[in-house]
Design a protein around this ligand. Sequence first.
Ligand code: AP5
Length: 234
Amino acid sequence: MRNIGPIVLLGSPGAGKGTQAKRISARYGIPQISTGDLLRENIQFGTKLGAQTKDAMARGELVSDNLVCDMVQERLHQPDCQRGFILDGFPRTPAQAGWLDAFLEHKFFENSHAGGTPPIVILINVDYNQLLRRLTGRRTCVANGHIYNVYLQPPRVDEVCDLDGSKLVIRNDDREEVIRERLTAYEQQTWPVAQYYRSTGRLVEVDGGLPADQVTEQILEEIERRGAVTADGH
Ligand code: AP5
């Protein structure tokens, strides 16, 4: 099995991070770590973290750096991350990016086979009008998390998952007024993260406005080209 190392997916709400993370995960057999999904699970199961983050998420604001970094740290220590992982929606503030750099350098790789591989950071660019259409049209399978879009990637039968016939649901924060807040949070707090990675020469940008298959092609090409994928032990 090849070692992959860390992959960071950056992009505005609706850019396609979740869609692409699932494809990269299937391609390389490494886990997708979506901080949004982890937070939603905590809310769904009524955990303490869920109670602490629920209101901020409902308003479309970012939750506090400390809570998110602790959650990510716990997840990255799971054995399935040893060959690599895809961070979807993290880091999202300069503080989170600094935390990740320190974590990867000092802690994570001590016992990992993926020792010393720097993260490949991929920014998925999509224009504003397309983002709105994607977010207002998104539907997600309640059972397996597969993502559809009523305008762009509709299921064969309305509101029903093609894969297992489960119901499709609208995400709580995909209402128009919350979408606006999320896009503002991205511009103000996450855009500087992209600038940070650009300044360190680690940022790869892809055109996320293309059909999903073509976006995947660009991403896989970049991952292979940038050498994030290495043969085990070499
Ligand atoms: P999170 O769950 O991360 O949401 P997000 O960043 O707003 O991103 P989305 O999931 O909305 O979009 P996506 O880029 O994954 O797009 P998708 O693939 O679904 O975060 C939610 C909240 O959690 C935040 O607001 C915050 O409160 C909190 N949070 C999470 N992480 C945090 C952190 N690190 N720090 C602090 N707070 C945090 O695609 C969207 C739609 O477009 C779908 O319908 C899809 O079918 C369609 N689509 C995708 N690609 C294409 C394509 N190429 N062509 C046509 N349609 C496409």
